[in-house]
Design a protein around this ligand. Structure first.
Ligand SMILES: NC(=O)c1ccc[n+]([C@@H]2O[C@H](COP(=O)([O-])OP(=O)(O)OC[C@H]3O[C@@H](n4cnc5c(N)ncnc54)[C@H](O)[C@@H]3O)[C@@H](O)[C@H]2O)c1
Length: 249
């Protein structure tokens, strides 16, 4: 693949390493902060590229999505924190030009965590003894709280466990309601990301935990998703579409 790296920060650099390891070519590294070789994608790069991998900040996401659709590109987006603009960002890809695949966590291990979260939530649906909660730890530079991954896992619990109907984030100032699912966030140090689902009964406790060691797992998943997207039709996809193809028995 000939790829534009959109956002040349910590994740963009990891993506670059994995792309080169897997024999792909880099058309340009775009970053308005001046860290790449282009401040915005040039016409030449847009015409030369097959795909874009974007780990940037959400400020420019709407504009870049429209541009990439215009050039019929396959776009993988890991940037988080743009739920409020989702409709406008996705709109150009409903026109039959370009493909857009997005997700809050591209790590294959974290997606195994999601699948185990679904399975555990379904299993304890009939076993009232078990309460359930989520915790997440991240480095002190993380801007969004709770993490996109924790919110995705929380919604999976709500969708699959009838007795939980509401997400409660932050620090509760007293007892919480039975139907609330507490999602607790801790910030500090350099932690790339720890997410834990705890199932707790009067008799015992189980933990399903995913610990990212570094950012390479996210970058590998994003590159694999772009390889997968190259074989797909135009349109809108989520990381789940790719992961289900990869992991479902
Ligand atoms: N989906 C996942 O698996 C996953 C994993 C890790 C991080 N993330 C998300 O990816 C994003 C980037 O994370 P990071 O750790 O690389 O951050 P970072 O701050 O190290 O890098 C972000 C880079 O994007 C650049 N940028 C800002 N606006 C841009 C624009 N309009 N176009 C191109 N570049 C732009 C910034 O100058 C910066 O260099 C964040 O939203 C983060 O939450 C997602």
């Amino acid at each position: 693949m000939d790829v534009i790296i959109m956002g040349y920060g910590r994740m963009g650099r990891e993506v670059e390493k994995i792309l080169l390891e897997r024999g792909h070519r880099i058309v340009s590294r775009v970053d308005p902060g001046g860290f790449g070789n282009e401040l915005e994608p040039s016409e030449e790069s847009l015409e030369a590229a097959d795909a874009v991998i974007e780990f940037a900040l959400p400020g420019g996401i709407e504009k870049s999505a429209a541009l990439f659709s215009q050039y019929d590109l396959k776009v993988v987006v890991g940037t988080t924190g743009w739920a409020d603009k989702k409709e406008a960002v996705l709109k150009p890809f409903k026109s039959g030009k370009g493909a857009y695949l997005y997700g809050s966590n591209f790590s294959i291990g974290a997606n195994l965590f999601f699948k185990l979260t679904i399975a555990a939530s379904k299993m304890i649906n009939k076993v009232d003894d078990y309460d359930v909660m989520l915790t997440e730890y991240h480095h002190n530079k993380k801007v969004d709280t709770p993490s996109g991954t924790a919110l995705s896992a929380a919604h999976l619990v709500l969708d699959n466990l009838d007795r939980k109907t509401e997400i409660l984030s932050g620090n509760p100032q007293g007892a919480i309601k039975d139907e609330q699912l507490h999602v607790a966030s801790v910030r500090g140090g350099s932690i790339p990301g720890i997410h834990t689902l705890t199932l707790d009964s009067p008799a015992d406790s189980l933990e399903i935990s995913h610990t990212a060691r570094n950012r390479s797992g996210f970058a590998l998943g994003a590159v694999m998703a772009a390889e997968w997207l190259m074989k797909k039709e135009s349109g809108i996809y989520t990381v789940d579409d790719f992961i289900s193809d990869l992991l479902d028995p």
